[in-house]
Unconditional design. Structure first.
Length: 568
């Protein structure tokens, strides 16, 4: 007798498809009551099936079409908002399109007759269900309902403040009373900041154009435009940001820097504010720093096995300097804090001096500089020595005085971690000498220099094969015969990655171990090219090499390699 999925249970369909075994099915049947989930959801939770397998099984069982994910890229917001956001999210549905006699609704559970009846009453039309996975639905809802919230209906779409501004003593600041802005401006600022936090943005750019204000979020290292409020509200937005960060509202000709501490229902966020005058008005850039628990580990940062062994070896040395270099936003602080977390134990006194403290680490003494009251890097570091430290993290070497203190710490039995802005590892060595530290001291104190960058990872939901252009191959110094065995990948863009083709970032690293031959070159004050040549002979993997490895593994694209690295 042939198998008919329409008369079978979902577990039997999955078993017939060959995606689960009988033992896995039995385990899921036992555990589904503990999880309080359906069988299919239990199998997903246990990792025995993927979402696409479950969708295919439901399609065979119910004879309901699976939604084409490409169609989700251009939904009509007017159709989407026929189902209120609260109902759509709680019942896991979204309106996809309107047909002559029905509305197509994507659902994760089309068997739920109650939801379908409620939708029919709400829409005053028959409902045609289509199947969609939970992750795809959640990302689609976020994309379109966020767009609806950020239209001209801001005042209706946004309720009360999603955050509370607090001063240095953690006392709440009443923004609405202290700001002269209208209620819509207050709500617009609320919308911008809460949406940025929700999207995982690191920076918010609010800049005046000639006819509108442009608001962009930096997500995964790239700026994305999220809204364009009218230019008439720009002055009010900037004024309110100045009030919140205690800056001079009347001063519009000079740059100003400040900060805002925010508390949301989910987390505390420190916002570094920079206001700069431009020819079209004042531009504000807000840097968002999460004050929550630090969740990174060295094993999750992107190190390959060889580099991880090298890095772990040097961070366990008793003294010397370890420098991580790279531009702003390259993940330097994240790497160093992960290193501290790796070597932290009850026997070591670890102290950090930072501006600002980006991550809170339990059991580590962290000092935040405050230049307005005279607590600079140098003054804080002098006091640190009296705190009996074993390991010291200096947020950044900015001048000769800070560099001198770091060197003296390392020469008196302390392990010092710090950061510096430089293009690569060999350039970092010569940069320290240029700052004003004698070459013999640099050579004596330096243990490891690591340059790093963050490359975007290709979205796993829309990863496809890619044929690079001749120009791209040339930029990577690749010949056609060299790439026959490389399966290039790229993200074509989907609802999961906001049509960018990328989701998340990972590190690429260049580790320069200061071995005897390198130390001699530093003592002799040789230039960075000679130091680089010696490091390459020692087996140093360059940033470009590290990025190429990630590309060959299908983690990132050739476009990211070209964007962030240079062929030596």
């Amino acid at each position: 007798m042939s198998f008919n999925p329409q008369f079978a249970r979902i577990g039997e369909v999955l078993l017939h498809m060959g995606v689960v075994s009988e033992d896995q099915l039995k385990e899921a049947l036992i555990k589904q009551n503990n999880f309080n989930l359906k069988l299919g959801e239990t199998l997903l939770k246990l990792g025995y099936v993927e979402e696409k397998d479950l969708l295919e099984a439901l399609h065979q069982q119910l004879e309901i079409d699976i939604l084409d994910e490409d169609s989700l890229m251009e939904l009509d917001p007017e159709v989407v908002k026929q189902i209120p956001e609260a109902f759509a999210v709680s019942n896991k549905v979204i309106a996809v399109k309107e047909e002559d006699n029905a509305i197509v609704v994507a659902m994760t559970d089309p068997e739920n007759i109650v939801i379908q009846d409620n939708l029919k009453k709400m829409l005053s039309k028959p409902v045609k269900p289509v199947l969609v996975s939970e992750s795809t639905l959640a990302d689609t809802q976020e994309k379109y309902y966020k767009s609806i919230r950020t239209t001209s209906e801001v005042e209706d779409a946004v309720g009360d403040f999603g955050f509370v501004a607090v001063d240095e003593d953690e006392q709440e600041i009443n923004i609405e009373k202290s700001a002269s802005a209208d209620a819509p401006i207050v709500k617009l600022i609320n919308l911008i900041i809460t949406e940025a936090i929700k999207a995982g943005a690191t920076d918010i750019h609010i800049e005046p154009l000639y006819k509108s204000t442009r608001v962009r979020f930096r997500i995964d290292g790239a700026l994305r435009e999220v809204m364009n409020p009218p230019i008439s509200v720009h002055a009010g937005i900037i004024s309110l940001i100045k009030v919140m960060s205690k800056l001079n509202i009347a001063e519009r000709r000079l740059p100003q820097d400040g900060h805002i501490s925010l508390k949301t229902s989910a987390k505390a966020v420190d916002v570094r504010v920079s206001i700069a005058p431009t020819v079209t008005g004042e531009k504000a850039v807000l840097r968002l720093l999460d004050k929550g628990d630090f969740g990174f580990k060295l094993t999750t940062l992107g190190f390959d096995a060889e580099n991880l062994v090298i890095f772990k070896k040097w961070i366990r040395r008793p003294y010397g300097i370890i420098i991580v270099s790279g531009p702003t936003g390259s993940g330097k602080s994240t790497t160093l804090h992960a290193a501290l977390k790796e070597i932290q134990d009850i026997e070591n006194n670890i102290i950090t001096v930072e501006d600002p403290v980006e991550y809170r680490l339990e059991g580590i003494t962290q000092i935040e500089t405050k230049e307005k009251i005279g607590l600079t890097f140098s003054s804080a570091l002098r006091s640190v020595l009296r705190q009996d430290p074993d390991i010291v993290l200096i947020g950044e070497i900015r001048d000769a005085e800070t560099a001198d203190i770091a060197v003296k710490f390392s020469l008196t039995g302390h392990l010092v971690f710090t950061t510096l802005h430089a293009n690569d590892a060999p350039a970092t060595v010569t940069r320290i000498v240029d700052i004003g530290i004698p070459a013999y001291l640099v050579g004596s104190s330096l243990n490891l220099v690591m340059a790093q960058r963050l490359v975007r990872k290709i979205c796993k939901h829309c990863k496809v094969d890619y044929k690079p252009t001749d120009l791209e191959l040339m930029d990577c110094a690749l010949k056609k015969e060299d790439v026959e065995h490389i399966n290039f990948k790229i993200g074509r863009g989907c609802v999961h990655c906001d049509n960018t083709g990328y989701a998340g970032r990972t590190g690429i690293f260049e580790l320069l171990e200061v071995q005897q031959n390198i130390r001699k070159h530093i003592f002799d004050n040789r230039n960075q090219d000679i130091i680089r040549e010696a490091a390459l002979k020692n087996g140093m993997q360059t940033l470009h090499d590290s990025a190429m490895k990630k590309m060959i593994e299908g983690v990132t694209s050739i476009k990211e390699v070209i964007k962030l690295t240079i062929v030596d």
